[in-house]
Design a protein around this ligand. Structure first.
Ligand code: SF4
Length: 366
């Protein structure tokens, strides 16, 4: 039993009552002990998931209304010096067709995004040494001076505190760095020896200290994950209080050490998204593209579990398929305008409203 063993259809009366009680406590107090999180994860069934999702939806409606924030994603390099065991573009995968966008192309993507109404750009890449601090700061400064009413979110991996400070001073507003797991042993299973759990945690702390709206996050059903490690994640999220949390399903990639491992499911992901919404009512929670890959309506299902952000792609279509962290990624052939239209229809159809504004975290709204 437990969310790691998919979810059971129905529960015994006694467990059902306790799970529902814990969901109510979390809703009212935004906190549970680790033991209570663990009980909930181990005993929630599909019945109680519906209750949990309703509660999470109520909370997001109270805080952000029906708005779903749109972020324009620009994947500017799939070169990476790291070797995360789950990632299709890890350095060791020699089969990847590598690309880098130059500054002009990145600015063209931003220009097209701005024309389509986007006011947040997410600059994402592998850990590519070619984009040194000078190049990064120049790109950030150029976007911010050409489009001053936008936010720039970075998702470029682990850097030193000094580097994070430079990017912040150049105008970056937000930073996404998934912690992947709050359990050291599990972290070591997911990463090569050259990467360290302590450094990842230090990076996150530095980002928040500097003043970024900071995002952490996890994959669901990553190899070695358990209800126990997920309870660690919930505890960590409750204490770290990130502004954003990216939660998506693990999708195995055939050219990684985790080829053939079981993928995460929409229901497992929904449990964690909804719990995080109850822990941090003001958090920004994306319905990730990986969900759309897993199930045609995956993003819509997770919007109903408390998510309130989507990140359509603005990268040039000829490069999109090459940013293959996982396989069979959706929307790789669609123009930016098509992506925007498609996701907008999906959002409306699910009963929510598209919000193209800058969409800061509630605590940062002026
Ligand atoms: S997850 Fe990020 S840092 Fe790790 S190998 Fe992939 S692109 Fe590189």
């Amino acid at each position: 039993m437990g969310i790691m063993n998919k979810l059971i259809t129905q529960n015994k009366e006694e467990e059902k009552r306790e799970v529902l009680r814990l969901i109510d406590v979390l809703h009212d107090e935004n906190y549970l002990s680790r033991a209570e999180f663990l009980f909930l994860l181990k005993n929630i069934s599909l019945d109680e998931l519906e209750y949990l999702k309703d509660k999470a939806d109520q909370v997001r409606n109270r805080v952000y209304g029906k708005r779903v924030f749109m972020r324009g994603l620009i994947e500017f390099s799939n070169y990476c010096k790291q070797g995360c065991n789950y990632c299709g573009i890890r350095a060791m995968n020699k089969g990847v067709d590598r690309y880098r966008l130059d500054k002009e192309t990145i600015l063209d993507c931003a220009k097209e995004g701005y024309r389509l109404g986007y006011r947040t750009f997410v600059l994402q890449s592998g850990e590519d040494p070619k984009f040194d601090d000078e190049v990064m700061c120049d790109i950030i400064r150029s976007i911010k001076s050409e489009f001053p009413d936008t936010a720039v979110t970075l998702s470029v991996g682990e850097k030193t505190r000094e580097q994070y400070q430079k990017y912040y001073d150049a105008g970056a507003d937000r930073y996404l760095l998934r912690h992947e797991t709050a359990n050291k042993e599990h972290y070591e299973k997911l990463h090569p020896e050259s990467m360290s759990f302590d450094n990842r945690m230090e990076c996150l702390k530095n980002l928040k200290d500097i003043g970024y709206q900071t995002g952490c996050g996890i994959m669901i059903n990553s190899p070695g994950q358990s209800d126990e490690t997920l309870a660690d994640d919930l505890e960590f999220i409750a204490s770290f209080k990130p502004h954003m949390v990216g939660i998506g399903p693990f999708l195995n990639h055939s050219e990684t050490p985790f080829a053939g491992f079981d993928d995460g499911t929409i229901n497992q992901t929904s449990v964690m998204v909804a719990l995080v919404r109850l822990i941090l009512p003001e958090v920004l929670l994306p319905a990730t593209t990986a969900l759309g890959t897993l199930d045609g309506r995956g993003r819509e299902m997770v919007l109903k579990a408390g998510a309130n952000v989507v990140m359509p792609n603005l990268s040039p279509t000829e490069q999109r398929a090459k940013y293959e962290i996982y396989e069979n990624k959706i929307c790789t052939g669609d123009e930016a305008a098509h992506c925007r239209g498609c996701i907008e229809t999906r959002i409306h159809f699910t009963g929510y409203e598209v919000d193209m504004s800058i969409g800061h975290h509630k605590s940062m709204e002026v």
